[in-house]
Each structure stands twice: as structure tokens, then as C-alpha cells.
Design a protein around this ligand. Structure first.
Ligand SMILES: Nc1ncnc2c1ncn2[C@@H]1O[C@H](COP(=O)(O)OP(=O)(O)OP(=O)(O)O)[C@@H](O)[C@H]1O
Ligand SMILES: NC(=O)c1ccc[n+]([C@@H]2O[C@H](COP(=O)(O)O)[C@@H](O)[C@H]2O)c1
Length: 282
């Protein structure tokens, strides 16, 4: 583990993977409309593997932001979770970062993968957002308006409603972290089939002003769990994920083995999934 990249800068309390530099090649450094508030979207998750729905969340957010807010999106980041997260079906960090990089670099012009979280010990989401805030605002100095005025970028969490649903489950998030994430930063929540949005956000009402709900107008419930299930059964996953990611998986024979903790998750998923959605390979 290396120390902070700039030991003279304030708040050097983060840990860093070896040889890490914050990727900012796609960060829009000059705003298009100085009357707006610049924001960066950060999606935290397993991305095992990354699907079109993960990428689609950013596009939905882009439309929502343009139509309903005074924000201007200046960047979008996928932040794959550390291997230490030990979630069912979680492939090693190198593969997940590689697949997210293929997906973002080859299908979009504005999304970036930040490997900071993936290649080190588990980092809570509150700390991940602090890391982005630090790199973008403290180290890079934020963005500039067309007139040259420096502006701080508002970092915001982009998540599906299932993730926000876990914020009301006891023991998953600390109140302090929720207050930090939803109070200080804020989030955009994409509706996801199977999660009752009212139930998911009821107990988060005190931060309502900072929570933006994005309806999913075309229902699509692709999940990484279903993709892993298909792969284990020898079924095609093409057009559920970007082609370069499908090729990456096939070339390496990934997701063929059942992870020891996967069984329960698979059972839960097939209960809520009509049989025709997850057919058996013949
Ligand atoms: N179909 C979807 N609709 C809305 N949000 C989604 C969808 N798929 C994933 N997300 C969101 O993407 C983020 C990253 O999720 P994650 O990598 O855990 O994906 P997942 O498909 O839920 O994974 P798994 O099936 O392994 O639990 C989360 O905020 C999750 O809510
Ligand atoms: N307390 C926390 O910071 C906390 C709790 C649960 C999930 N998460 C994050 O949410 C993301 C998705 O997690 P799940 O795939 O378990 O829903 C991961 O990046 C994980 O780190 C953070």
C-alpha cells in the first residue's frame, strides 16, 4: 500500500493501491453552462460482470439531470468494490476492472473506471465519495467556468433502488455514513424492478432534498447474478453486456464455476424470476 500521492496536500488520510493515479482523462474540466452546478456521478458496485444496465444508469441520469435539475454532469465513474467485499460471484479485482474499462472506453465517450477501491482493502461508500471529492476538488482544483472561475464539483452517488433499499436495513449502513452520503453528497436513484421505491426511501426522508429518483421508463432487469447463471449453464449473454466484455469472459472461461456462496443467491433470483428468463442449457 503506498501513501498519498501528494504528501503536502491536506487530508492525506486515504490509503492507495500501488502506482495509483486518479484517472481524469475524461473529466470535463471546463463547464458548458456556468449558471449550473457541476456534478460527478459515482456508481459503486460489484460489476461482476458489468452489464448494459450499469452503463444505462448513467444515460438515464444524464437525461434526468438535463430535464429536472440545475446540475451539469462533468464526469461519470464506475468504482468496482474491493475483493475483500466477499460477495457471492465476486470475481477478482483485476478482471472486474478490466471488464469495466472495456465497457466504458469502448461504448461511451464520458465514462471512466476508477480502480482505487478495487485494488485495496474494503472501503465504505462514504469514504469512496470522500476520495472522489478529494481527488477532484482538492488535488485537481475542481473545474472552471468558461470565464475561468474555479468551481467545486458536487460528487453524487448513482445507484439502483435495491442498493438504496439496503439503507433502511438495520446494520448495513451506519447513520453517520448515511448522513455523510445523503446529506453532504446526495444521490440519484434509478428505479429497479422488484424494489418498492416508497419503502426504499421512506426512512431517508430527512435527506429528501438531496435524493433524486429516476424512473426506469423501459423496464430492464438485467442483473449480474442472472448473467453469471446463464454463463454457468452455457447460455449466451451476448447483447446483455457489451461485446468486448462478452469476448473477455469467453476467452478466459470466466464464471464457469459456481462460487461457494452463490447457491442461496441463485435460488432467491430464480424464485423472483419467471422460469423462461433463466432457461437451462440443453
Ligand atoms: N437492472 C438494474 N436496474 C437498476 N439498477 C441496477 C440494475 N443492475 C444494477 N443496478 C445498480 O448498479 C449498481 C451496481 O450493482 P451491482 O454491481 O451490485 O450489480 P447487480 O447486477 O445488482 O449485481 P449482483 O446481481 O451481483 O447482485 C447498484 O447500485 C445496483 O442497484
Ligand atoms: N456501509 C457501506 O458503506 C455499504 C453498505 C452496503 C453496500 N455498500 C456498497 O454498495 C455497493 C453495492 O453493494 P451490493 O452489491 O452488496 O448491493 C458496493 O460498492 C458496496 O461497497 C456500502
Amino acid at each position: 500500500m503506498a501513501s498519498s500521492p501528494d504528501s503536502t496536500s491536506p487530508k492525506p488520510t486515504f490509503t492507495y493501491p500501488t502506482n495509483y493515479t486518479f484517472p481524469h482523462h475524461r473529466l470535463q474540466r471546463v463547464m458548458k453552462d456556468s449558471s449550473k452546478t457541476p456534478i460527478v456521478l459515482v456508481a459503486c458496485g460489484s460489476f461482476s460482470p458489468v452489464t448494459y444496465l450499469h452503463l444505462r444508469m448513467f444515460e438515464m441520469a444524464k437525461d434526468y439531470v438535463r430535464q429536472n435539475t440545475d446540475f451539469e454532469i462533468v464526469g461519470g465513474y464506475l468504482s468496482p468494490v474491493s475483493e475483500e467485499y466477499k460477495k457471492a460471484g465476486l470475481l477478482n479485482a483485476a478482471h472486474r476492472v478490466a471488464m469495466c474499462t472495456l465497457a466504458s472506453e469502448e461504448t461511451s465517450t464520458w465514462l471512466t473506471v476508477d480502480p482505487w477501491e478495487a485494488f485495496q482493502s474494503y472501503q465504505r461508500t462514504a469514504v469512496v465519495l470522500d476520495h472522489f471529492d478529494f481527488e477532484i476538488n482538492t488535488i485537481l482544483g475542481g473545474v472552471k467556468t468558461a470565464e475561468g472561475e474555479a468551481r467545486n464539483v458536487k460528487v453524487m452517488l448513482l445507484a439502483g433502488s435495491d442498493l438504496i433499499g439496503t439503507m433502511s436495513e438495520p446494520g448495513v449502513w451506519s447513520y453517520r455514513d448515511l448522513d455523510h452520503i445523503l446529506g453532504r453528497y446526495g444521490c440519484l436513484i434509478v428505479e429497479r424492478a422488484g424494489t418498492d421505491m416508497d419503502q426504499a426511501t421512506d426512512s431517508l426522508a430527512r435527506w429528501r432534498h438531496n435524493i433524486h429518483i429516476i424512473p426506469q421508463l423501459i423496464q430492464n432487469d438485467v442483473s449480474s447474478t442472472k448473467v453469471r447463471l446463464f454463463l454457468r449453464r452455457g447460455l449466451s449473454v451476448r447483447y446483455l453486456l457489451p461485446n468486448p466484455v462478452v469476448d473477455y469472459i469467453e476467452d478466459r472461461g470466466l464464471y464457469q464455476d459456481e462460487a461457494p456462496t452463490e447457491k442461496g443467491k441463485e435460488r432467491r433470483d430464480s424464485i423472483s424470476t419467471p422460469k423462461k428468463d433463466v432457461p437451462s442449457a440443453s
